[in-house]
Design a protein around this ligand. Structure first.
Ligand SMILES: [Mg+2]
Length: 250
């Protein structure tokens, strides 16, 4: 990864296809995933952008679809959850890959025991993935990453560890934010538009890489190494930039 000092993106256009991470990109990170604050301004911005852009707007999040629906009520738009593992397309159909039943059962038990041993750890069970958060105990980072790497190896090659800000997550390999973006781009209303992906975390890098390959705009939010070609400072800058698309005629 490189481009620590990538430039700001050019003005947003309504005829592009927008793919947006949620936490750390559209809303500020909070102490726990459940305690984020979603304001009415954001919901209104997304709805206006969806209309202005002919519907070519999708959220690409690490949260589950059920969790997104809970935190972003009333948003009837394409959304991919669990880093692309579940994907609601432009027609409202939900796609989920077939996974081996019970593959995470033993791991779930091990991680549950870890949260009893270290109460500052938070286990987030999203169904197809298991995320272990250590935001309340950063000194446990080494322990968490070693443990998750060991567990992924024990499950087999079809699972991998996705790292993020103060979190390590066990997820099926081969599906990520990049594959979700590619799937949207093969369907209306996204097809034939220039893709834009905005994200803030290590789990957005596959999305940036995919958009780079397709000649789109990849935008990293905040500091840190990234393969994104452009950069915005924070959540407020992302909202301002997206809002400008509403002022522009294609
Ligand atoms: Mg994020």
């Amino acid at each position: 990864m490189h481009l620590q000092h990538a430039s700001p993106p050019p003005p947003a256009r309504p005829d592009w296809a927008y793919f947006l991470d949620v936490d750390g990109t559209l809303i500020d990170l909070a102490a726990t995933p459940a305690s984020v604050h979603v304001d009415g301004d954001l919901l209104a911005l997304l709805q206006r952008l969806q209309v202005a852009g002919g519907g070519a707007l999708a959220l690409i999040s690490g949260r589950s679809l059920a969790d997104l629906a809970h935190h972003l009520p009333g948003l009837a738009m394409p959304m991919a959850g669990q880093h692309g593992l579940e994907r609601r397309d432009g027609g409202g159909r939900v796609h989920r890959p077939p996974l081996p039943a019970g593959a995470l059962d033993d791991v779930r038990t091990v991680l549950g025991a870890q949260t009893l041993r270290f109460p500052a750890l938070l286990l987030e069970d999203k169904g197809m993935t298991l995320a272990l958060h250590y935001r309340q105990a950063p000194f446990l980072a080494g322990h968490v990453h070693q443990l998750m790497a060991r567990l992924a190896k024990a499950i087999g090659h079809h699972y991998t560890v996705q790292k993020g800000k103060y979190v390590a997550e066990l997820k099926p390999a081969g599906v990520d934010k990049g594959t979700a973006i590619a799937a949207y781009l093969s369907e209306p209303p996204f097809a034939d538009r220039r893709p834009v992906f905005i994200g803030d975390d290590a789990n957005d890098e596959q999305g940036f890489a995919r958009v780079n390959l397709l000649g789109g705009l990849s935008i990293k939010v905040g500091p840190g190494p990234s393969c994104a070609t452009h950069r915005l400072a924070d959540v407020g800058a992302v909202r301002d930039w997206l809002g400008n698309a509403l002022e522009t005629t294609p």
